[in-house]
Write a protein that binds this ligand. Structure first.
Ligand code: JDE
Length: 240
């Protein structure tokens, strides 16, 4: 998989040098490049933003630098990801879908956003996904791009040392939250490890873990348990 990042803060992605296992990058499993959007400006001030048509506070990112950057980066088969509060919600299912792509180009917006024509133009030449990390506003799309990168890359074959742990993870096991986990010592500051986990009875351990996952999900994320459609397929719309 090839990953490209377009940003006015390229240093934001320095952690990728640390976090993406060196062997993976070296073994050709993964290749990435960070690009400074200002490299596609031609004025003395390397201007990337301007005032919004229609007025209003803040600045909007100009279309020209993005267009020239895309001309260079959007090889056939690329998927462009705009990280934005107005995007589709990112979840494990979407991570699994993105992990099937050959090339992801992250377009990290700043200010009040990117001129809409950039997204409209990108849709004419590539697969485009507008993705939100959550219902909050960040100053830029870089943090979301890093989070999405980590969730996707760890799903690629050969990345997780112990592929078995991927299978067991929550949001993959029928959408239940993860059960509580324990390790040595058996007693710590007056807290004991649940006896069942030390019983050696794998059946009982599995049952206990499932029960804990269901209980935790019911307490913290009842929305994950509630059906979204009626038996006849009619979508259930919940009053918020
Ligand atoms: C303040 O307005 C914004 C902020 C951001 C930064 O990203 C987030 O805040 C975010 C991302 N996932 N959850 C929140 C991006 C855009 C934007 C980007 C592209 C096209 N259009 C708009 C706009």
């Amino acid at each position: 998989m090839r990953l490209d990042y377009l940003t006015i803060f390229p240093d934001f992605f320095a952690p990728l040098e640390l976090s993406l296992p060196g062997k993976a990058a070296a073994s050709g499993l993964l290749d990435f490049a960070v690009h400074d959007l200002r490299d596609w400006t031609h004025d003395r001030h390397r201007k990337v933003d301007d005032t919004p048509y229609g007025g209003g506070a803040g600045m909007v990112m100009k279309p020209e630098p993005w267009g020239e950057a895309f001309d260079q980066l959007l090889a056939p088969g690329a998927t462009v990801i705009f990280t934005t509060p107005s995007g589709e919600p990112f979840d494990q299912r979407l991570a699994e879908e993105l992990a099937t792509r050959e090339r992801l180009v992250f377009a990290c917006g700043r200010y009040e956003g990117i001129d809409q024509r950039v997204i409209d133009h990108a849709r004419e030449i590539a697969e485009v996904r507008e993705i939100s990390l959550g219902d909050y506003v960040l100053n830029g799309g870089e943090v979301a791009a890093l989070a999405i990168t980590e969730a996707v890359v760890r799903l690629l074959p050969g990345f997780m040392g112990n592929a078995e742990s991927l299978v067991e993870e929550s949001h993959a096991q029928g959408g239940l939250l993860e059960y509580p986990v324990y390790t040595k010592p058996p007693l710590w500051r007056g807290h004991e490890v649940p006896a069942v986990l030390r019983s050696g009875d794998h059946g009982k351990v599995a049952a206990w873990r499932h029960e804990q996952a269901v209980r935790r999900t019911a307490e913290r994320r009842p929305d994950l348990l509630a059906p979204s459609v009626l038996d006849d397929g009619t979508p259930i719309v919940r009053a918020t």
